[in-house]
Design a protein around this ligand. Structure first.
Ligand SMILES: Cc1cc2nc3c(=O)[nH]c(=O)nc-3n(C[C@H](O)[C@H](O)[C@H](O)COP(=O)(O)OP(=O)(O)OC[C@H]3O[C@@H](n4cnc5c(N)ncnc54)[C@H](O)[C@@H]3O)c2cc1C
Length: 444
């Protein structure tokens, strides 16, 4: 470690103001680390409706900020809560998997093909995305500068001891380090590793909310109140309750391998008729089509969400000199494990632990690269596993993995979800701290 023991004067830049960035901001503020958030949009925004957090994400929140965890407990719609009042003692359902091509009347009392249960105690919950972002924002005290689109950066050099950040509006700022939290199409990632490109996974999703009461009238209260995944060829539909709504994420395998070439955005406007046509073409049952029919007519907010990921061109590492990437910027994934944001929470818990350790050891800005390098060593392998495994999960839900018995499918999903949920967040933080100590020349 550098011999300077002075109290470090950090002045970090966080690029992007999504879930990862705002949570990181709360963590950095708790350590007294100064930072500024730069967001390209003119205000905070979250598209889509429900966001599922597994027990790994819940544990990470506890590490990041116990108060934030308590709020999560209060506002989350917990697995099995709606249909199983005794779920505190019973094993709650994570997802019931059903045939999407057989109508409800063909299935004995809508019996699932198989069920995957939530493990690792209470912790599986869905939060309302926009409301969760508002909660995070209310806890952020660092400045958020809007309408600032990151364009490029210049690393410290002989003439300049700080990172220079260049924005699309032609302005420049200086910071001791940069943390790219700018999501799937991260410009910070491109600046560091141009070869790490996000590509279209060949799947898109419609996302919408329907009144839970309407869904219960259609499916019965038990089915509407529990997370269900309707499987079928070239599409699958995930439904779960969030507050008084049924959140519907309608995944479709695209018949063309390219996202509309005229769209630089991850989303394109669409219509209810498009969604119904896709599911009709994929051979889904009248029950699933009736679910899609609950999408309000003329819903001008309905969007088709292109699913991009880093599976084909992952970043070779997460940092370069004084800049690093975290959250979707580092591990953009398709959402088939429902865990992308949760892994971002794990990232934040580990990065918080590393900064905490750095401060305790009396390290400073000059040691930032060690923090970033250790973060990469602690997180990249697990994060990139998610990216690959998520693609495979979609193939399984859409019955593309050849002959598999129901039992084999259930075991396969359980094994992968266990890797997501069973992760020892606290242990990872402890190991990361040890690693940092070793890098700084102290004893591990
Ligand atoms: C259909 C779907 C369902 C999902 N379901 C789940 C789920 O149930 N559970 C789960 O854990 N995860 C889920 N995910 C994944 C989850 O949404 C993401 O992992 C999470 O939102 C990533 O957060 P982030 O803060 O890293 O990135 P983002 O939320 O993308 O935030 C990035 C921010 O950076 C800003 N930005 C971008 N570029 C720039 C720039 N150049 N300059 C300045 N600012 C910039 C953006 O405007 C944005 O505000 C799902 C994803 C999808 C698509």
């Amino acid at each position: 470690m550098s011999t300077t023991q002075a109290n470090p004067e950090f002045n970090l830049a966080l690029v992007g103001a999504g879930i990862t960035s705002l949570t990181l901001s709360v963590a950095l503020t708790s350590l007294g680390i100064k930072h500024t958030i730069y967001e390209q949009s003119s205000s905070l925004n979250e598209l889509g409706a429900g966001l599922g957090f597994g027990p790994n994400a819940a544990r990470a929140l506890k590490v990041i900020d116990p108060d934030l965890y308590k709020i999560f407990e209060r506002v989350g719609t917990f697995a099995g809560k709606a249909s199983q009042p005794q779920a505190e003692t019973a094993k709650p359902v994570w997802i019931e998997f059903l045939s999407g091509t057989a109508s409800l009347s063909d299935q004995t009392s809508a019996a699932p093909s198989f069920t995957v249960y939530a493990t690792h105690g209470k912790g599986h919950a869905a939060v309302h995305r926009a409301k969760w972002l508002d909660i995070l924002a209310s806890r952020v005290t660092a400045p958020i500068i809007f309408s600032k689109r990151f364009q490029s950066l210049t690393q410290p050099n002989a003439a300049n001891s700080e990172v220079e950040i260049h924005f699309a509006d032609g302005t420049t700022v200086h910071h001791s380090g940069v943390i790219g939290c700018d999501g799937v199409k991260s410009k910070v990632r491109t600046a560091l590793f141009p070869e790490a490109k996000c590509t279209y996974s060949g799947k898109y999703a419609y996302r919408c909310l329907a009144p839970l009461s309407e869904a219960a009238a259609l499916l019965g209260e038990g089915r509407a109140g529990v997370s269900s995944l309707w499987m079928g060829p070239s599409a699958h539909l995930l439904t779960f309750p969030v507050l008084n709504f049924l959140n519907m994420v309608c995944f479709v395998t695209d018949s063309t391998p390219t996202w509309p070439s005229n769209s630089t955005s991850l989303t394109v406007p669409t219509t209810k008729a498009d969604a119904i046509r896709d599911y009709t073409n994929a051979g889904f049952s009248s029950t699933v089509l009736a679910l899609l029919n609950m999408i309000p007519d003329n819903d001008s907010t309905l969007i088709k969400w292109g699913l991009f990921d880093l599976a084909d061109n992952p970043p070779p590492r997460y940092w370069l000199n004084r800049a690093m990437i975290i959250g979707d910027a580092a591990h953009a994934s398709t959402p088939h494990h429902g865990a992308g944001a949760g892994f971002g929470m794990e990232d934040v818990a580990v990065l918080k632990g590393l900064f905490q350790e750095l401060l305790e050891l009396g390290g400073g800005v000059q040691d930032l690269e060690h923090v970033f390098a250790q973060f990469d060593a602690s997180r990249r392998e697990r994060d990139q596993w998610l990216v690959q495994s998520s693609r495979r999960a979609a193939d399984l839900y859409e019955l593309r993995l050849g002959e598999m018995s129901i039992e084999e499918m259930r075991r396969d999903i359980e094994t992968r979800q266990e890797i997501c949920w069973g992760f020892d967040v606290e242990g990872c933080v402890t190991e990361a701290k040890k690693g940092l100590r070793a890098r700084l020349g102290g004893s591990a």
